[in-house]
Structures are given as structure tokens and as C-alpha cells.
Design a protein around this ligand. Structure first.
Ligand SMILES: NC(=O)C1=CN([C@@H]2O[C@H](COP(=O)(O)OP(=O)(O)OC[C@H]3O[C@@H](n4cnc5c(N)ncnc54)[C@H](O)[C@@H]3O)[C@@H](O)[C@H]2O)C=CC1
Ligand SMILES: O=C(O)[C@@H]1CCC=N1
Length: 268
């Protein structure tokens, strides 16, 4: 199977790296296309992929095409791609907001999969939601899932609304976790810990809590109860967060990302 990734940025390159291990590629190298000359030179030097700076040389010779440019670059990209595509090709968009209909219209293509990945894919711990146009067969969708799973795990959703919703939870979600980490790092530094000690305290606290959560059926609230003693320190912290409405604010933030994904789709 011949795979092309368009856009060698954070997401495109992460997916490309994940997919190089796939048995479905056979002996072929994965193709990657970008317009940035510096990226092209660097990728050519590394020699992991077949690297292209011209769509004519790669797009017509690919079965599955992953699109990982920023949403505002897709219109100009689509007009360049349109004369080169074939109806049997499958296009997998990783772009936030951009709808299946607008991809089909922009490319004059039928087989489109819309996916929402996230950045932990870089370490094989990504989660991707995906849905497809009706022209993509079950067997084709199984191959796509195989490639998506090369960066972690995936869930199939029935409608694009769930792609926009998962953008607010898992797509943008790693940034919320980093935001929380940054707040705790700043608090640790303010308390007088060194940079190194602050990082050790915070990163191990996150890692340990996630491991506990993953190894049990207990809800986060159940785990909070195990940490917090009545009248103790944790309760003081949780009370402070509750008084400041932190939980509602985080939910609002997730909805802001969801709404923005829907809005991006309408801007097309
Ligand atoms: N970064 C993230 O955590 C996530 C990103 N996404 C989506 O992935 C897409 C890419 O995001 P990033 O990788 O973060 O962006 P990025 O800016 O790191 O990468 C975009 C790449 O596209 C290239 N590019 C721009 N125009 C091009 C064109 N016409 N032809 C070929 N290449 C072109 C750029 O040179 C760059 O290498 C976005 O649509 C975003 O919504 C989705 C989920 C998570
Ligand atoms: O911020 C963005 O628009 C992209 C989509 C999800 C994560 N990053």
C-alpha cells in the first residue's frame, strides 16, 4: 500500500513516523510532501521517508493520502491537488474543523476519512477519533484504522459532531493537562524548589495519578477521596478549587475548543 502524508509538521510527521512500522507498507517507504524547503532538506538527510516538494511526483502514485496542514492552508492545497487525484484514492484529514463535505467538494473526491488525533501520538500514546464518508468501504476503513492505531489507539464515531467534540476533549486536551502542570510547576518554584526538583515533583505526581487511574475502575472522584483526609491538606486545596469554580471553568474550556472546531468548519 502506498501512503503519502501531506504536511511534515507536528502531526503529519508524528503520524508518518508511527506508520513506518506498518506491515501494510510492504517494502515501500512512506512518502511525505511539504512546501517548506528547510523541512524537505532535513527529511531528505534523515533518509527515513521518500520526500517530495512537488505534488505531481507523489500524489498520483499514492493509495491513501493523509492531510496534515493547518485548516487555513487547505483551500490552496486542495486546488493544487484537485487535478491530480483519482476517485479510488482515500483522503484522511487530520485537520481540526474541516468537514468531510468541504474536503469532497475541494478535491472532487468521494472517499474521505476525517480523524482527530492528539499529540501523545509522538510517543505511541495518541488517541484518534475518526469517521468516514459512505463511499469508504468497511475493509478500507479497517486499513485506515490500522494506520491510525500505529500511533496509539482509536475510536470510530458515527458523526462529525463527535469529531468536533473530541477535538475539545482529546485533540486539544493535552494542552489542558500541560496548563495544569505549568500551574503546579509555578507553585513549586514559588515555594522555593529548584527547577529540577519542581519538575520531578510535578511530572511524577501526574504519572503516578494516571497509572493509579488506569489500573483500577475507580473514578477520579473516588481517587480524590483516597487522597483527601477530612479537614486535611488535600481538602483545603479541593475546597479552594471548588470555591473558584475550577471544574466548571475547565468544562467551559473544553466546550470553547468544541465550538471553535465547529466554527472552523463554517469558515471554509
Ligand atoms: N498539533 C496538534 O496537537 C494537533 C493538530 N491537529 C491538526 O493537524 C494539522 C497540522 O497541525 P500541526 O502539525 O500542529 O501544524 P504544523 O504547522 O506543525 O505543520 C503543518 C505543516 O504543513 C506544511 N504546509 C503548509 N502548507 C502546505 C501545503 N500547501 N502543502 C504541503 N505542506 C504544507 C507546513 O510547512 C508544516 O510543515 C492541523 O490542521 C491541526 O488542526 C489535530 C490534532 C492535534
Ligand atoms: O489547536 C488546534 O487547532 C489543533 C487541533 C487540536 C489540537 N490542535
Amino acid at each position: 500500500m502506498k501512503i503519502l502524508v501531506i504536511g511534515a509538521g507536528n502531526m503529519g510527521l508524528t503520524y508518518a513516523e508511527g506508520m513506518t512500522t506498518s506491515a501494510l507498507l510492504g517494502k515501500k517507504k512512506l512518502k511525505i510532501y511539504d512546501t517548506d524547503p528547510k523541512k524537505i532538506t532535513k527529511l531528505k538527510e534523515e533518509g527515513i521517508f521518500d520526500v517530495y516538494n512537488n505534488l505531481n511526483d507523489c500524489l498520483p502514485f499514492s493509495d491513501i493520502v493523509f492531510i496534515a496542514v493547518k485548516p487555513y492552508h487547505c483551500d490552496s492545497l486542495f486546488s493544487e491537488m484537485k487535478p491530480l487525484i483519482k476517485q479510488e484514492q482515500i483522503f484522511v484529514s487530520l485537520m481540526a474543523g474541516v468537514t468531510i463535505q468541504s474536503i469532497q467538494d475541494g478535491l472532487d473526491a468521494k472517499k474521505v476519512v476525517r480523524a482527530m488525533p492528539n499529540l501523545p501520538a509522538k510517543v505511541g500514546k495518541g488517541v484518534t477519533s475518526y469517521t468516514a464518508s459512505k463511499e469508504v468501504s468497511k475493509v478500507e476503513l479497517m486499513s485506515i484504522r490500522h494506520f491510525l492505531d500505529s500511533t496509539g489507539t482509536s475510536i470510530h464515531v458515527e458523526t462529525e459532531t463527535f469529531i468536533d467534540a473530541s477535538t475539545g476533549i482529546s485533540g486539544s486536551g493535552p494542552a489542558y493537562v500541560f496548563y495544569f502542570m505549568q500551574s503546579m510547576l509555578e507553585a513549586a518554584l514559588k515555594m522555593g524548589f529548584s527547577d529540577y526538583d519542581s519538575k520531578v515533583l510535578v511530572s511524577n505526581t501526574f504519572e503516578g495519578a494516571i497509572e493509579l487511574f488506569n489500573q483500577s475502575n475507580l473514578s477520579p472522584e473516588g481517587w480524590i477521596d483516597k487522597v483527601a483526609s477530612k479537614g486535611g491538606t488535600t481538602q483545603a486545596a479541593i475546597d479552594s478549587m471548588e470555591d473558584n469554580n475550577v471544574k466548571e471553568l475547565i468544562k467551559d474550556a473544553a466546550y470553547a475548543a468544541f465550538d471553535r472546531a465547529v466554527e472552523l468548519g463554517k469558515e471554509k
